[in-house]
Design a protein around this ligand. Structure first.
Ligand code: LAC
Length: 225
């Protein structure tokens, strides 16, 4: 992966890849109680499901909206103890200050120092991405923080991945795309990106015809020795 760093564009998925989506609930886990983990998992699963379904229905919804609806479903589905409206608001607010995975800052800074061009391409709304990038102290590392909002679609629509090649002025094969979401890697691969699956969850592989070029457990090997 590190052979030709300086000549490369690295485009990162945001949620689950750089930012720990479960950190929103983890922060309040004690108050939420025994169902906290399940709440977080259902929240994320529903948020993503809504992006795919609304895209198929050609209905426009923002990522903030599907995030909120996913949380409401997850609370109703997963929580035996009541979740107060105030906690609901705190969970939604936490999505704008998600924790970075521990190795992320060092890995990105190292790529940047070696001359790589870095960007984010995410389903997140522009305002959500600005908040979470600033909270993580990443704002000086990225040449572009691209939201799918500009394409009016969600991943894995090909037009979304084209936002990155257009913004960076490169061909798909010149982009190394990194995501922890295997379905996102399938979309990136179909578009022609060199694709790196960051398999943080040690999950089984899928989409065999759209295989990643590289599989990493996390981003730490991107940091120079
Ligand atoms: C994103 C979601 C898919 O950041 O994780 O685009």
């Amino acid at each position: 992966l590190a052979d030709d760093v300086a000549s490369r564009c690295y485009v990162f998925d945001a949620y689950g890849t750089l930012f720990d989506v479960h950190s929103a609930v983890d922060r309040h886990a004690r108050e939420i109680g025994a169902d906290a983990r399940r709440l977080s998992e259902v929240w994320r699963a529903k948020q993503l499901e809504y992006t795919w379904i609304y895209a198929r229905l050609e209905r426009k919804h923002t990522f903030a909206e599907v995030t909120e609806r996913g949380l409401d479903y997850a609370i109703a589905y997963a929580c035996r103890d009541p979740v107060s409206p105030e906690m609901r608001q705190r969970l939604l607010a936490s999505y704008r200050s998600l924790a970075l995975y521990p190795e992320v800052w060092r890995a990105l800074a190292s790529l940047k120092v070696r001359g790589a061009r870095l960007a984010i391409l995410s389903n997140g709304d522009p305002g959500m991405l600005t908040d979470v990038v600033e909270h993580g102290g990443l704002e000086d590392l990225f040449e572009a923080v691209l939201s799918v909002e500009a394409a009016g679609l969600f991943k894995p629509a090909p037009a979304v991945y084209a936002l990155a090649t257009r913004a960076l002025g490169v061909m798909p094969r010149e982009v190394t795309f990194l995501s922890a979401n295997r379905w996102d890697i399938a979309g990136a691969k179909a578009f022609g990106f060199r694709s790196v699956w960051v398999n943080r969850g040690r999950l089984p592989n899928e989409y065999p015809e759209l295989a990643p070029d590289v599989i990493l457990p996390d981003l730490s090997s991107l940091a120079a020795e």
